[in-house]
Design a protein around this ligand. Structure first.
Ligand code: NAD
Ligand code: GLY
Length: 368
């Protein structure tokens, strides 16, 4: 493992470590140290597995020749995050004969991480999971914090569990093969941390866009570590989203509605991916906040401008009806007692949960 590794600790009842740096996946001894028994299920997708799965398997075997490692590969893309594929992952654990001391390694982006984590949460009521994120989005967000889930037709992530990983290894050298569009999607979630709680980070992102978009290793490592520190601090205090963790969902209620309404895509279609939908969602949340008198329009414009600089969309894709999006938003997990509960903001660095938002105001923003 290179000397350039950064470590972020996630405190709490299920404390774990996030290792960030080039070469993290080659450290077989470190990976294998989280396997208590002999069974390993390596879950990946059809794009990531050919690139990195054999290196991970070899690293594990070199450190622990006694391990029984099976690989389960999903077709790449959000459309794979289904109950059917969850069941297939469970079948793979059963075929392996995985016992309670088994370990699931999730090698890929958030789709793989969420589905593999959910399988680990459910097999024999819970086995260990180690997250090996390979997209920027999964390094800065989905691999940390233990939310696992699959999508159903009615909405994203509606079936899942909280199941914290035993460790996260974010090998930044894998970002070199990541398509630029996916890099930009991850940067949307990085911008989110600045928007909800860190004006200095937001300013840094305004200044460093060229380096980050060019895939500069140092800039990306700083962005990942900075994002993970924010997420670690929040999930350590509120692992089950009883309070402040909801702030991490700025833009997500709008974004999930867009994703669900457009249909879950493959990596090759024109639908917005998760990070892009969150980018649009953050602008809509900010515009709604300004309309409600909570935030300045100037701050909203600043957020939209930053997202545009990073090549991210800021408006709802054509063809999605405002009423249909609102209907999707009513099924969001944050809602309580049938009322729209949204994360809104008061300007750069300050977000808050607003428990009962008037649907007509939301519809007005959705209608542009
Ligand atoms: P993804 O997993 O679909 O990955 C995006 C694309 O990049 C895929 O086609 C994948 O095959 C490809 N890819 C991955 N790594 C690559 C690499 N190194 N080189 C080349 N190609 C690579 O999408 P994502 O953006 O990583 O994650 C989005 C998912 O994460 C959504 O389902 C979202 O709901 C979920 N999510 C979960 C949480 C959480 O807290 N659990 C947080 C945020 C997002
Ligand atoms: N992505 C939001 C959360 O983990 O809570």
């Amino acid at each position: 493992m290179s000397a350039a590794a950064r470590i972020v600790e996630v405190a709490g009842e299920h404390a774990y470590r996030i290792v960030i740096g080039p070469g993290a996946l080659a450290d077989g001894a470190a990976l294998a140290s989280f396997v208590r028994g002999r069974h390993v299920l390596l879950v990946s997708d059809s794009t990531v597995a050919p690139l990195y799965a054999s290196a991970v398997r070899e690293a594990l075997h070199e450190a622990r020749p006694d391990l029984l490692v099976a690989t389960f590969v999903l077709p790449a893309g959000e459309a794979s995050k289904t109950l059917a594929n969850f069941a297939a992952a469970i079948e793979a654990l059963a075929s392996l004969g995985a016992t309670r001391d088994a370990c699931v390694f999730a090698l890929g982006g958030g789709v793989v991480g969420d589905l593999a984590g959910f399988a680990a949460a459910c097999w024999m009521r819970g086995v260990d999971c180690v997250q090996l994120p390979t997209t920027l989005l999964s390094m800065v967000d989905s691999s940390v914090g233990g939310k696992t889930a699959v999508d159903i037709a009615q909405g994203k992530n509606l079936v899942g569990a909280f199941h914290p990983p035993r460790a996260v290894f974010a090998d930044t050298s894998t970002l070199r093969t990541l398509p630029k569009r996916e890099l930009r999607a991850g940067l949307a979630e990085v911008i989110k941390y600045g928007a909800i709680r860190d004006p200095r980070f937001f300013r840094w992102l305004e200044l460093e866009h060229a380096a980050l978009l060019a895939g500069d290793d140092d800039a990306l490592s700083l962005a990942i570590a900075g994002s993970c520190e924010h997420k670690a601090e929040i999930v350590a205090r509120d692992p089950l989203e009883r309070g402040e963790r909801a702030l991490l969902n700025l833009g997500h209620t709008f974004g999930h509605a867009i994703e669900t309404e457009q249909g879950y895509g493959s990596p090759h279609n024109d639908n917005l991916n998760h990070g892009e939908a969150v980018a649009v969602g953050m602008v809509l949340a900010a515009r709604l906040s300004a309309a409600l008198g909570m935030a300045d329009t100037a701050d909203t414009d600043r957020l939209a401008e930053l997202l545009k600089v990073y090549g991210l969309p800021t408006t709802i894709p054509a063809g999605l009806a405002p009423e249909s999006l609102l209907a999707r938003m009513r099924l969001d997990k944050k809602n309580l007692a049938g009322r729209l509960r949204l994360v809104l903001w008061r300007g750069v660095g300050q977000a808050e949960v607003v428990p009962e938002v008037d649907e007509n105001r939301v519809l007005a923003v959705l209608s542009g």
